[in-house]
Design a binder for this molecule. Structure first.
Ligand code: GRF
Length: 221
């Protein structure tokens, strides 16, 4: 029998995406073992969620390190200690460098609240509204040295309403982002996704466009 996918989750804040993974694990939808949670913020609410779910956690405050490289090296050691198959950056608000990227190539995925390649970085909701976009969404991509720039695996799209504020848009996107992370991690748990030479492969076939989350929560090309 295949072992559940050993998953480490990196957070900086509320951890609602971590919670979605925990809930999907508990309901039996996801065959994953969330072995460890790492936060760079000591009072991140997501740490309480981890504790309630019985998941061990570590805090690695970036302010304790004199350089980005030293932080990255310590983060790489912490990640390696749990020997994960997958590392999910779920609201982890640090750019990570080669010390983490190299040893965990193809195993690091990040959630980003925009339809990448649109709106890398922060403030995506306001930027989408101000641009007059009719749709917004969330993406999950492999992490590379480029901020929010790695190959995109999956996306979910929602409409922008004429009276949307950044807050109302974020509130509407959040549950769909949770669905997206669960559906995407499910693909990993079934060993269906790979990253090779900057491209995403699903079931061994190169993906020409991100998988899209459908209303039934399945991912389709
Ligand atoms: C998510 O919207 C994610 O896309 C972004 O930060 C948010 C994290 O939320 N990178 P949470 O901490 O999982 O609640």
């Amino acid at each position: 029998m295949k072992q559940p996918l050993k998953t480490t989750v990196l957070i900086s804040g509320g951890g609602s995406n971590l919670q979605a993974l925990v809930d999907a694990r508990d309901s039996g939808r996801l065959e994953i073992d969330i072995t460890h949670v790492i936060s760079n913020v000591a009072d991140a609410a997501g740490l309480d969620r981890a504790a309630r779910a019985g998941i061990s956690s570590s805090v690695l405050p970036h302010g304790n390190f004199s350089s980005r490289e030293e932080f990255d090296q310590a983060l790489a050691v912490l990640i390696a200690a749990n020997q994960p198959d997958l590392v999910v950056l779920a609201g982890f608000m640090r750019i990570i460098g080669q010390a983490v990227l190299e040893p965990f190539q193809g195993m690091l995925i990040n959630l980003h609240p925009s339809l990448l390649p649109l709106y890398r970085g922060t403030g995506t909701y306001l930027r989408a509204i101000e641009a007059g976009d009719r749709h917004h969404g969330a993406s999950i991509h492999f992490v590379t040295e480029e901020l929010d720039g790695g190959p995109v695996i999956s996306q979910v799209v929602i409409p922008i309403k004429s009276d949307d504020s950044p807050e109302s848009l974020a509130a509407r996107l959040s549950p769909r982002e949770h669905d997206l992370v669960v559906a995407t991690v499910e693909l990993f748990s079934k060993h269906r996704v790979e990253c090779s030479e900057g491209s995403v492969f699903i079931d061994g076939k190169e993906n020409s466009a991100p998988l899209m989350l459908q209303p039934d929560n399945q991912l389709h090309p």
